[in-house]
Design a protein around this ligand. Sequence first.
Ligand SMILES: Cc1cc2nc3c(=O)[nH]c(=O)nc-3n(C[C@H](O)[C@H](O)[C@H](O)COP(=O)(O)OP(=O)(O)OC[C@H]3O[C@@H](n4cnc5c(N)ncnc54)[C@H](O)[C@@H]3O)c2cc1C
Length: 408
Amino acid sequence: MDFSLNDDQLQAQKMVRAFVATEVIPTIGEWDRKQEMNPTTLPRMAALGILGVCVPVRYGGQGFDYVTLGLVCEELERGDTTLRVVMSVHMGLNSLSLLQWGTEDQKQRFLVPQATGEKYGAFALTEPGVGSDVVNMTSTARRVGDKYILNGEKMWISLATKAHHFLVVSKTNPDAGHKGMSAFIVTSDMPGVTAGDIHGKLGVRAGSTGWIAMQDVEVPVENRLGEEGEGFKIAMSALDNGRYTVASGATGLIRACLEDSMKYAKERKTGGKPIAEHQLIKQKIGYMQQWYDAARLLYLRAGWLKNQGIRNTRETSVCKWFATDHSVQAALEAVQIHGAYGFSDEYPVERYLRNSKGAVIYEGTSEIHQLMQADYALGNREDRPLRQELPAYDPEFWQSEPAPAAGD
Ligand SMILES: Cc1cc2nc3c(=O)[nH]c(=O)nc-3n(C[C@H](O)[C@H](O)[C@H](O)COP(=O)(O)OP(=O)(O)OC[C@H]3O[C@@H](n4cnc5c(N)ncnc54)[C@H](O)[C@@H]3O)c2cc1C
């Protein structure tokens, strides 16, 4: 594995870093206080190509690799978690699932407009009564002729009121456990779909989190992703990609804590010297540096495996668990280093702490990842090949336009 960055990766990293420094960091505190998403966030991310960064050019994207996706998420969350959440649901969970499992027709109808940023995608798995325990979901999809009729409620859905396309998983056979689930692309304009925002959140206040209700929603069979009964598999493969974006983003949050803490510790004095010279403050900085380096290496390893087309469920899980747990730790230390100022919104570290907590809950809680790692170690769990793997990164395919159709 070679972790040196190539010119394409450096260029994407530089572009997103500049966007975050000039357009996100100066105003994000204000949007967080208002508890609203800046209406320019999604259009600007679309205009910069960020919403299609890791999608082949032939499907409307920028044709960058999976490592670049991680680098972009790190930069975005260096500014604010809410921007990385957009990437997790729109790109990691939704667009990459379309790339992995979609038919050519579905890619043209849904992936292309998502990659260009004309439409936004979301992922709807969780329900009011089930999160970790997805197998016991109660929403249903009943086949009637060439349609499915969807009923049920999805809860805690990022971009619920902003997205045009939802990747929804529901039960097609309620008695068949995880084999009775199927995945569908539901559009927000389908009759019977309603959505609303959830207010009063601890963090990601400048982001969009909500619920979706489906009442007798008629979804054409052409909108089913994969085969009937493959919904659980598709959801888990989507999480392999979503978790990668969460992990690389959390690495950016650790970096934010580290950089802001170093700056403050060099300026703030006690006993006539900067607090950065006190051994106990240095210890905190040292730990943050260690967590940042380890989290970064873990996500680069997962990104490298994705580029090779190698299954990476275990490696992605361990990096998501490590990076998110340590972003909470780093944010706690950053607040402590800032003293009373860390307890106020005069400095961003209190927002870092509130934002860090969500990521140890969504896309598999830390407890679920701990259990997964134990099960891999004990030999209770192994990855079996999927019918359709995430495509490896082949620059010739990813960066080329499609061949013109005969007669063009
Ligand atoms: C900000 C935010 C955004 C989100 N965005 C989305 C989204 O876009 N799409 C979506 O589908 N969902 C989303 N979610 C939902 C999220 O994925 C779930 O909250 C998560 O899966 C946990 O489910 P739960 O909240 O129902 O907790 P539960 O599953 O009820 O768990 C409660 C507690 O019990 C523990 N626990 C559960 N089972 C076990 C076990 N077997 N062994 C040990 N401990 C266990 C958990 O670790 C946790 O501590 C989001 C959540 C948040 C907070």
